[in-house]
Structure formats: structure tokens, C-alpha cells
Design a protein around this ligand. Structure first.
Ligand SMILES: Nc1ncnc2c1ncn2[C@@H]1O[C@H](COP(=O)(O)OP(=O)(O)OP(=O)(O)O)[C@@H](O)[C@H]1O
Ligand SMILES: [Mg+2]
Length: 321
């Protein structure tokens, strides 16, 4: 299969620290690869190698068919990069920053100005376009940084924690923009600490820990690997919690938990248990305002995978072996 970008067996050491210990990453054209991992896992290091900013000690990174070490110029012409830390110039205005980047990318001045104008509108920065960046809020800087990565209309874009520090509305705008890019065939590598973001955007997810990929798949693959569905019930009448608790415990064969006020939940082995719960609640005449059979959240999956002693991590290892 042809990948838009691919990293194979990346190894990178910084002194005695092994940042990457054989990382493989790949994404099909027009897809979003989510890269998740705890702090220090090696996400930024992987992105920097793919973006030609760092040479691997072993392994190779290929973008658009070009090797990042041997053909860095070819790679750079095809990518956009938004770093974890803002890379725009504080003393220049929003417009000046984007025009400068356009010119560095060999766009004629007119076109660079046009592109800057277009992007500043798209990212809701038109009003601030003439102000120096040092007067921007954190969210405005992030957006300018994202706009900067799109000046050259890249085929592949590396977004390293692009929504950190954005409010929910602006985060939503960025998600919308990312979906728009992939609809045009752009391939995205997205690192994020917000797992709901990976859940919402990523076609596939690679989980990195200690410089290694410890799990890979779609969000639902990962949830299945970690396993376990949960029945969640919120009775209309809070006075009947004890009855609900008794029903859940009887059906599941283990004690129900109270994840929040007025709600009970219990892990179950399959959907037959869910049907049984529904039947028993109905027989007892207990009304509900919430009733669900759900997969674990990606947060729960992440926790299980990156906590090696947990049951789930052992189950995942078996499946991946
Ligand atoms: N230039 C460097 N010099 C020395 N050590 C480094 C350097 N860059 C990264 N490291 C180390 O390599 C490891 C991986 O770092 P990296 O920045 O890739 O992690 P990350 O997954 O992006 O973490 P975060 O979620 O905190 O951004 C860490 O132990 C880090 O301290
Ligand atoms: Mg990082």
C-alpha cells in the first residue's frame, strides 16, 4: 500500500535517553493518524524526524515517497508543521508572519499576500492581522501558528498538540478545519493530549510509550482490545437506586459501581446482559432517564495501555503479539 508518510523502526537517542526505540507510524493519503502517548513518550521526536528537523539514529522516515534524511527539500515542499510551541515571530504582525513564510516558500509577493489574507480570514484573525503577535492571546497565537503551517498548501501536515490552550469553540473550529483538509485529500498526523479529539478525528491511532508503539488501530479496535462493555443506568426515581443496584449486580455477577450522582454502572461480558437488565427493570416497573451499553472511553483505554501492570495492558499485549 502507498502511504502518505511512513516511519519504520525509528530510533533516536539523546545522550543516555532513548527517546525512540523502534517506532513505526504510517497513514494512508487523506486520513488522520492520531499519535497518543504520555509526556516524554516520543511523539514530538517522531514528528520532528518526519518533518526533517531531526535525523534518526536508525530506521527511516518517508514522506510522499521521499526519504526525510536523503531528500529533505522534497519532503519540506510537501509538508506543513505546527509545533507544540508557537513558532511565529513575536515582533511581526499576523500578516507579516504569513507573508514572510509565503516568500520563504518561493511564492511571489502578491500571491503570498493573497494567501496570508485568505488564511487570516479563515482563522478569524482578520481584525488582529495588523497587530504584532506579542499582543495576541494564547488562542490567537495557536491559530496563527496553524495558519502558518498551511501557507504552502501542503499534502501532509503534522499537528503537534494543535489545540492545546484553545477554548472549546476555537477547538471545534480547528477540528472543522482538520476535517476540511482531509476532505481535500490532505493527510494529517495529529498528536494530542485530548483523547476525545483523537476519538473525533483520527481514522487510526498509534499509542506510543517509552519510545515504542504499544498499540495501533482504529479507536474502536483499541476499545475492543482493552475490552469490556459497561451497562449504565440512571433511574428516574433516585429512591429506587438500591433496587437497580440489586438488578445490575445479579445480572453481571459482580458489584455495581456508582460513577456519579444518581447513576449506576457495571461491567458486563456481552450485550445479552444488557437485554437482561432492560427486561428486569421493566418487570420491576423502574423508569430510567439514561440507559446505555457502552465501550470504554478512549481515556480508559489510554490509561489501561500505559499502565503496564493493569489487566487491560496484558490483554492488549496478547492481542498485539
Ligand atoms: N533535544 C533533546 N535533548 C535531550 N533529550 C530530549 C530532546 N528532545 C527530546 N528529548 C527526550 O526524549 C524523550 C521524548 O521526548 P518527546 O518530546 O518526543 O516526547 P513527547 O511525547 O512529545 O512528550 P510531551 O507529551 O511532553 O510533548 C523525553 O525523555 C525527552 O526528555
Ligand atoms: Mg511533545
Amino acid at each position: 500500500m502507498d502511504y502518505a508518510f511512513q516511519a519504520e523502526g525509528l530510533v533516536k537517542r539523546f545522550g543516555s535517553t532513548t527517546a525512540l526505540d523502534g517506532v513505526d507510524l504510517a497513514a494512508r493519503p487523506g486520513s488522520v493518524l492520531g499519535v497518543l502517548g504520555p509526556n516524554g513518550a516520543g511523539k514530538t521526536t517522531s514528528v520532528r524526524i518526519l518533518a526533517t528537523l531531526l535525523r534518526p539514529d536508525a530506521g527511516r522516515a518517508v514522506v510522499g515517497g521521499f526519504d526525510a534524511v536523503h531528500k529533505p527539500h522534497e519532503v519540506r515542499r510537501r509538508i506543513g508543521l505546527t509545533g507544540q510551541y508557537a513558532s511565529v515571530d513575536e515582533d511581526l504582525t499576523g500578516t507579516q508572519n504569513l507573508v514572510l513564510i509565503g516568500q520563504l516558500l518561493d511564492l511571489p509577493k502578491r500571491e503570498a499576500r493573497h494567501r496570508a489574507h485568505e488564511l487570516l480570514h479563515q482563522f478569524d484573525l482578520a481584525e488582529a492581522a495588523g497587530r504584532p503577535v506579542r499582543t495576541y492571546s494564547g488562542g490567537m497565537r495557536r491559530r496563527l501558528d496553524l495558519a502558518a503551517s498551511l501557507v504552502g498548501r501542503p499534502n501532509v501536515i503534522f499537528l503537534d498538540e494543535p489545540t492545546t490552550g484553545l477554548d472549546p469553540v476555537k477547538r471545534d473550529d480547528v477540528w472543522h478545519m482538520i476535517r476540511g483538509l482531509t476532505a481535500e485529500g490532505v493527510t494529517v498526523l495529529l498528536t494530542t493530549q485530548y483523547l476525545e479529539e483523537a476519538d473525533a478525528l483520527a481514522d487510526e491511532i498509534s499509542v506510543i510509550d517509552h519510545g515504542r508503539v504499544i498499540a495501533h488501530g482504529t479507536s474502536s479496535d483499541l476499545k475492543r482490545v482493552v475490552g469490556g462493555q459497561t451497562v449504565v443506568v440512571r433511574p428516574t426515581d433516585a429512591g429506587r437506586m438500591d433496587e437497580v443496584r440489586a438488578i445490575l449486580s445479579a445480572v453481571a455477577g459482580r458489584a455495581a459501581e456508582r460513577p456519579g450522582p444518581g447513576v449506576l454502572s457495571v461491567p458486563v461480558d456481552g450485550d445479552a446482559a444488557f437485554t437482561a437488565v432492560v427486561r428486569r427493570l421493566d418487570d420491576a416497573g423502574i423508569g430510567v432517564t439514561e440507559l446505555a451499553l457502552r465501550l470504554p472511553s478512549l481515556d480508559e483505554v489510554f490509561f489501561a495501555l500505559t499502565h503496564p501492570s493493569s489487566q487491560a495492558a496484558k490483554a492488549a499485549e496478547k492481542v498485539l503479539a
